[in-house]
Design a protein around this ligand. Structure first.
Ligand SMILES: [Zn+2]
Length: 341
């Protein structure tokens, strides 16, 4: 299949570009800034053919012409397709588009893509900040995937791929910041010390209720409202519960001895869909699979600083599980919203 490329250009953009033909000395050259991903937007659905990737906004300090290169891959897996460098023009910010050849993508697969810029001296800048944009060549119905549909997000990669920009909080940190809880030696919920229990609050979440550390419960109320407004059909099938529970961590094999689950400090919650009889560790189809409703939920929670258990390595994959990242914890500390029990 012939690769089709096109650039987004306008007369003003070409004039702008040609006025910067004098390059700065190589020794002083700095790479261009990361472009901004324009479309498809995060988790945009696309049909099998003619997936067009568009990005713009890269700037070069020396005013050189900029080219963009697009990369398509799986979560944490090897790149499946890389575009040539495509000249980018336009006063709106060095825009370029590329059509991904249908022969390079497979039906039923969800892809991530990113883009980076190169200046005319060959200096390559960083990739777009949001490298988790997804498209699929899966042929969905008019409204996209069903929320209860299991989809394959690809091979198992580094957790930072789905949890990009967020840092996991260790239990040692939670012990030092909130309460020095010993490992309870059970996966059943155990009574908390009163000083920690008094910092908890409950909040309605979709069709459930969840108890979390109070400032997180407050934040979750905002996130749930956002889902209710932007994606009411998702809100209607969402059950966020399984928040506070002082217990050991567990994985698909059972209890992990010596651990303390982040649920113990009210900094984690588990989510399921009303159509699911139980919580989803990973679907019966195996590692790398996840129910689409949870992917959509991740979209909202990731923006709010929650780390997704889907990104946990090996058979620790935990689709239902979300826990606040270090950035969110540090925010609560900075605002004086929590204290050591
Ligand atoms: Zn959990």
């Amino acid at each position: 299949m012939r690769l089709r490329l096109r650039t987004v250009a306008c007369a003003a953009g070409l004039a702008f570009a040609s006025s910067f033909l004098v390059a700065a000395p190589a020794s002083a050259n700095t790479p261009p800034t990361a472009p901004t991903v324009l479309s498809p937007e995060n988790f945009g659905y696309r049909s099998l053919n003619n997936v067009t990737l568009t990005a713009a906004g890269s700037r070069d300090a020396e005013g050189q012409n900029v080219s963009l290169q697009f990369t398509v891959g799986f979560f944490g897996a090897a790149t499946v397709w890389t575009s040539p460098w495509i000249a980018a023009f336009g006063l709106a910010g060095n825009a370029a588009s590329v059509v991904v050849p249908a022969s390079s993508v497979r039906a039923g697969q969800v892809y991530i893509w990113s883009v980076r810029a190169r200046d005319s001296l060959g200096a390559v800048g960083p990739p777009a900040a949001r490298a988790i944009d997804i498209f699929s060549n899966y042929q969905p119905g008019a409204s996209g995937f069903r929320y209860d549909e299991a989809i394959f997000l690809g091979g198992f990669g580094p957790r930072e791929t789905v949890n990009s920009g967020l840092t996991q909080v260790s239990s040692a940190t939670l012990k030092s910041v909130l309460a020095d809880l010993p490992s309870p030696g059970t996966v059943n919920c155990t009574a908390l010390p009163s000083g920690l229990q008094s910092q908890m609050a409950s909040v309605p979440t979709g069709r459930g209720t969840v108890t979390l550390l109070a400032p997180l419960a407050q934040g979750m109320r905002v996130v749930m409202h956002e889902i209710q407004v932007k994606e009411p059909a998702l809100y209607d099938v969402l059950v966020a519960s399984g928040g506070l529970c002082y217990r050991n961590s567990k994985n698909a094999s059972g209890m992990k001895p010596g651990t303390v689950s982040p649920h113990s400090w009210g900094t984690a919650l588990d989510i399921k869909l009303t159509s699911q009889s139980g919580y989803e560790f990973y679907p019966s189809k195996g590692l790398g699979w996840v129910t689409w409703g949870l992917v959509r939920t991740y979209f909202y929670l990731h923006e709010a600083g929650w780390i997704w258990g889907f990104g946990f390595s090996g058979d620790n994959q935990d689709n239902m599980h979300f826990e606040i990242g270090l950035q969110g914890l540090n925010g609560m500390i900075w605002w004086g919203q929590i204290h050591h029990a």
